[in-house]
Each structure stands twice: as structure tokens, then as C-alpha cells.
Design a protein around this ligand. Structure first.
Ligand SMILES: *Cc1c(COP(=O)(O)O)cnc(C)c1O
Length: 350
């Protein structure tokens, strides 16, 4: 017997999240807000009614209805997934054939290109300028030049925190011969969603997640919104019972609390606003901070040649952030967490 692994499975590039638990966790752009006890109770009650011997609702009907209500989208145009991560893992390999080209705009979320190798597709990238911006014209030209079949990017962007205008996005969607996936994981923190445009285009998928502003990273819940034709395809491609009954039950409870969710979003926005102000003050007196980018998200993106060193030193103090090779990405935390971070950076930066 001799077994040889497929080439594409050898030397897989690993996604490298922080796995140790630190005292102050500002590395994953999660919400720092804990779920209130009364909502937790409501969730437990809903979960206790789950029929554990039965498969979940394959269409997550009630969940899509709740999400649709909240975002003013027709529920039949939504596909639920185990986080938007799962939806990305379904879309990327399936909307590409062997030899096809996917275009990304760097820097961006690293998982987009991972799945291209699974189908032998090519990944092309376009680089943003030093302001972390790019024009629609540049994207359109590059997509045409490399004959892109799929274009995926986050807006606002993780990790740069910068947003592209809705008008520019739609210009791109209308001009390219590619399926365009706009990952709006952080759109709750700002304005400029293209969610209400899904029926106006043949080639637009919008991804939403409950992991960031809504503080539900633990239950793994995300949605893809697209026109009926694309939604039908996504629902056929996904595993039939992908979102488990407990997540569906918990998600239905939380998504019913509009006021709570709006309040969470407002508190996170307030946190990131004040962290930005403090970091701006710090950047003015520390030459190590070469650049602090404006943020449309719940995190900051900072250019510093000492990113590796600072990252390690913060870890020693029990504070975790993301080191991105010459840049740091820092999620906004509670008032105390932000304070601790700023004090540590004040000591570490020169
Ligand atoms: C966090 C994040 C996701 C992942 O969301 P899940 O719904 O938790 O899988 C997707 N895209 C971007 C850009 C993110 O930052």
C-alpha cells in the first residue's frame, strides 16, 4: 500500500489566530460586551425547547426572517452559515473553476485566497496605496486585465479599518465581469452598505456576520445576501443542515432584541472613538507610530516598524493584539482595557 496526499494538501498555509487566552483580548475584533443575564436566560430557555433528536431547519427560516427584519432584506434572499467564514469557504471554491482567477485587494482578510488552491484557481492581488485606498477605476482595470471571475473584499476593510464609498463599490460591481463578494463584517459601525442593492445586480453577494457588532462570535452565525438566482445556488451548495438548532434558537432570540443590538453597537463605537483619540495623542508624541489610520470599524490599524517587538512586549503584559508585519491591528475593548493598552504603549513606544 502506498498513499500519497494530493499536492494541494501539502504545506497548507495555516490561519494563525491567537489561541492562548490573555487577560486583555484585543486581537480578534470581537465585541468586548458580555451578554446580559436576562437575554442569556431567554437563550437558555429557547435552547431547552430544541428537539435534539431532529435535524435543524435546513433553511434556518425563522432566523433569516429575524435577520431580514433587522436589516430590511427579504428573508428568502438570505443564506445562513456557520459564521461568514463558512460562507466564504462555500463561495470561493464554487464560483471558481480550475484555472480561473480570483482577485483580491491587499491588505485584506487572509482567508479569501486560501480556498483557491482547492480548485486549482489563480489568485491575483491588487495593492492599496499608502492611505490604504484604491479607486474603482483601478479595480475595474485590474479585473479586466486578469480576467477575474471572482472579486472578494471586505468593506470596511479588515485589517486597514478604511472604508470605500457605496458609490465606488457599486461602480465596480456594475463594471466587472466577475462575481463580487462584499464582506460587510464591520458595516454596523458605519454607513455605506450595499445590502439593499442585491436585487439590482446579477453579480453581487453581501456577507454579514453576527460575530462583531452583535457580540455573538461564540455561536458562529453569518449570512450571505444575494438575488434569488444566486441564493438558490448558495442554498444548494451548502451542507443541508449547516447551522445547528442551538445556534438557530440563540440567534433568533438575540436578533429579536433590536434595541439591545443598537445599544451594543453604539457602545463599541464610543469605545473605538475614544481609543482612536488617545492613540492619536500618543502618535503625536511617539515617532515609532508612523501612521494611525482613520477607522470605520471597531479596531485601529497602526503602522510601526516595531510591530513584532511591541506585539511580544504586550503579550508579556497579558495584552493580545494582532501583529501584521509592520502594522498592528488593535480591537477596541472596555474602558479599562483600552486604558491598560494605551498605558503599556506609552511605555513601549519611543
Ligand atoms: C471576523 C471576520 C469574518 C468572520 O466572521 P464569522 O462570521 O465569525 O465567520 C469575516 N470577514 C471579515 C472581514 C472579518 O473580519
Amino acid at each position: 500500500m502506498s498513499y500519497e496526499l494530493p499536492e494541494k494538501l501539502k504545506n497548507l498555509p495555516k490561519y494563525d489566530p491567537v489561541t492562548e487566552i490573555y487577560r486583555v483580548r484585543l486581537d480578534a475584533n470581537e465585541s468586548f460586551l458580555e451578554m446580559p443575564e436576562d437575554i442569556k436566560k431567554e437563550i437558555l430557555e429557547a435552547v431547552s425547547k430544541v428537539e435534539f433528536n431532529r435535524y435543524p431547519d435546513p433553511n434556518a427560516t425563522e432566523l433569516c426572517r429575524k435577520f431580514g427584519e433587522l436589516f430590511d432584506v427579504k428573508p428568502e434572499l438570505l443564506t445562513a452559515g456557520n459564521g461568514s467564514d463558512e460562507l466564504i469557504s462555500i463561495i470561493v471554491p464554487n464560483f471558481l473553476g480550475e484555472g480561473d482567477t480570483m482577485l483580491t485587494i491587499l491588505p485584506d482578510f487572509s482567508m479569501y485566497t486560501f480556498y483557491t488552491r482547492m480548485v486549482g484557481a489563480r489568485a491575483e492581488a491588487l495593492n492599496k496605496d499608502e492611505n490604504m485606498k484604491i479607486t474603482p477605476e483601478q479595480i475595474i482595470a485590474k479585473a479586466a486585465q486578469c480576467n477575474a471571475r471572482l472579486l472578494v473584499f471586505s468593506n470596511p476593510c479588515n485589517p486597514t479599518a478604511v472604508i470605500m464609498s457605496r458609490e465606488d463599490i457599486l461602480k465596480v460591481v456594475g463594471a466587472v465581469d466577475a462575481m463580487v463578494v462584499v464582506d460587510e463584517a464591520y458595516m454596523e459601525f458605519t454607513e455605506g452598505s450595499v445590502l439593499n442593492e442585491i436585487e439590482n445586480y446579477e453579480n453581487l453577494i453581501v456577507l454579514k456576520t453576527c460575530s462583531k457588532a452583535f457580540g455573538m462570535a461564540a455561536i458562529r452565525l453569518g449570512f450571505a445576501a444575494a438575488n434569488a438566482r444566486i441564493t438558490n445556488i448558495l442554498k444548494t451548495l451548502k451542507a443541508p443542515y449547516n447551522v445547528n438548532s442551538m445556534t438557530q434558537a440563540a440567534g433568533c432570540v438575540i436578533l429579536s432584541h433590536r434595541e439591545y443590538l443598537e445599544n451594543c453597537t453604539a457602545r463599541i463605537k464610543e469605545s473605538v472613538r475614544s481609543l482612536y483619540q488617545e492613540m492619536k495623542t500618543l502618535a503625536e508624541k511617539k515617532k515609532d507610530i508612523q501612521r494611525l489610520y482613520p477607522t470605520a470599524t471597531n479596531f485601529l490599524y497602526i503602522k510601526t516598524e516595531r510591530s513584532g517587538e511591541i506585539f511580544e512586549a504586550l503579550k508579556q503584559e497579558g495584552i493580545s493584539i494582532r501583529n501584521m508585519n509592520g502594522y498592528l491591528r488593535i480591537s477596541a475593548g472596555s474602558r479599562e482595557e483600552n486604558q491598560e493598552l494605551v498605558q503599556a504603549l506609552d511605555r513601549l513606544f519611543q
